[in-house]
Design a protein around this ligand. Structure first.
Ligand SMILES: [Zn+2]
Length: 313
């Protein structure tokens, strides 16, 4: 029995239905563009930001090749420069793209890393160029070529990715560095992919360990217990479902006092999950607030206000 190529296409982050995958397969190399994009995410998760940037640029080149149906024979700067021209044609005119960094900066960084190498100090720039420009370019292409919302195509991870990109664009105001912002993405990916790398018995041991101690590796238990205890002494606070691992009522959030008592609003300043161990120190509060928004509903606001004696009427 002959299998079509599309039956072999599998994705780690995207949930495309089979009919869309068939459409992709008819426009080679669309599938490799999306798979390279996923590899970019994997490399980012393991902190290999320079190689992640190179892979993201490959995804962009495959994307432009999918739109023209032509092979890019020149893989040097010229090839990538031509890919930008194609993307310009495909990305909808009203699609919001940042002006900082420039495409030239992204291209030059890619060439430096690919042909020369890199050091630790390139990590920040690579994370910044990738998340603030590379990802929106790819998302713009997916929208223009296929009418797909990239962020909505990868479940609740997509929301985190979109928030991270937004927070980095706004970094002048919120002072979050690209590396700090990407740390939450890394936590999500490594937590959700851990089962890929573990035997069943390891997962069982880890889960038993968590339910007993509310934390994971033995060496870190005491430190984390102390961290969490200090956090739980903070008032006002609330418990919500973790936006990273999805565990029920496992995310402890410390609420901003002024916002609660003066404005009757729940605004988290910092947080920590006792299931997946994700931590949001105060500097990451803009990401935490965005992620928590769906959980901070009227019912929770009413019950928190009541428990702290804030009159809602
Ligand atoms: Zn969690």
């Amino acid at each position: 029995m002959n299998k079509s190529h599309s039956e072999y296409a599998s994705f780690l982050f995207f949930n495309f239905d089979q009919s869309l995958i068939e459409v992709f397969a008819s426009k080679a190399p669309t599938i490799s563009a999306f798979q390279s994009f996923e590899t970019f995410l994997l490399l980012s998760a393991f902190g290999r930001h320079p190689q992640a940037l190179v892979t993201l640029c490959s995804a962009l080149e495959s994307a432009s090749a999918a739109s023209t149906g032509r092979k890019i024979t020149d893989t040097s700067e010229g090839g990538l420069a031509r890919a930008w021209e194609v993307l310009n044609e495909v990305i909808p005119r009203d699609y919001q793209l940042p002006t900082n960094p420039t495409r030239k900066q992204l291209r030059e960084k890619r060439n430096d890393v690919a042909h020369f190498g890199f050091s630790n100090k390139d990590d920040h720039d690579c994370a910044f160029y990738s998340l603030s420009l590379g990802v929106p370019l790819f998302a713009g292409w997916a929208e223009g070529e296929y009418g797909i919302n990239l962020y909505k195509s990868c479940g609740n991870f997509g929301r985190l990715l979109e928030i991270t990109v937004g927070v980095i664009h706004d970094s002048k105001r919120n002072r979050i560095t690209a590396l700090d912002a990407s740390s939450v993405l890394r936590r999500w990916i490594t937590f959700h992919l851990r089962e890929t790398f573990m035997a069943d018995w390891e997962i069982e041991v880890l889960d038993a360990d968590r339910s007993t101690f509310g934390t994971s590796p033995a060496s870190g238990i005491e430190i984390r217990e102390t961290q969490l205890k200090t956090l739980q002494d903070t008032e006002p606070n609330a418990l919500i479902d973790c936006p990273i691992c999805g565990e029920f009522d496992s995310m402890f959030i410390a609420l901003n006092e002024k916002e609660l008592f003066n404005n009757k609003r729940l605004s988290p300043d910092f947080g920590q999950c006792n299931h997946c161990d994700v931590r949001f120190p105060p500097k990451l509060s803009p990401i935490l607030r965005e992620l928590c928004t769906p959980h901070l509903n009227e019912a929770l606001t009413a019950s928190i206000c009541k428990s702290y004696g804030v009159d809602l009427a």
